[in-house]
Write a protein that binds this ligand. Structure first.
Ligand SMILES: [Zn+2]
Length: 159
């Protein structure tokens, strides 16, 4: 692990990753590393699980099951990091100078999610109120329109 990174409780969500040393814009902070699966295998493995740390990327729909420090990075609508793909590896890179003591955050751009909603509580001025990507929001809006058009079905209750 990079020197100066610590995990401690975060005002955004549970635990977060903070830097005790300044980081320069453009520096690679961490690798998003962990076991890799195909998207289908990951879906099978995590069926019904609420919390996952899956990072999907690439055209084959490969998934990394986040393990280690990177899985503690929270989402923010005002990120100071972003993810970068290089030769099939994912890195988290600073997109601006980061001061000592700041929490490291990036935009999750969640998609393909079964979650009802992924509310964001990052507290940024420009908070979008969701961790879903723009594309995912559009996809969901379209689905909702289709559902409204469909004839009413008796609902089975989830227990
Ligand atoms: Zn937000």
């Amino acid at each position: 692990m990079r020197p100066g990174l610590i995990i401690r409780s975060s005002s955004i969500h549970a635990a977060g990753c903070y830097t005790m040393l300044p980081i320069r814009k453009g520096e690679r902070v961490l690798e998003y590393d962990g076991p890799r699966f195909s998207k289908d295998a990951a879906d099978e493995r995590y069926k019904g699980r609420v919390v996952t740390y899956l990072f999907s990327f690439g055209e084959q729909g490969e998934v990394i099951d986040g393990f280690g420090t990177a899985m503690f990075l929270n989402h923010s609508c005002a990120p100071n990091c972003e993810t970068e793909e290089e030769e099939n590896r994912i890195y988290i890179t600073a997109i601006r100078d980061i001061a000592a003591g700041e929490e490291l955050v990036y935009e999750y751009h969640l998609h393909d999610s079964e979650d009802e909603d992924a509310g964001c509580h990052c507290g940024a001025e420009n908070c979008r109120g969701t961790m879903f990507s723009e594309e995912e929001l559009k996809r969901r809006a379209k689905q909702a329109r289709m559902r409204r058009r469909a004839p009413k079905q008796p609902r089975s209750r989830a227990s």
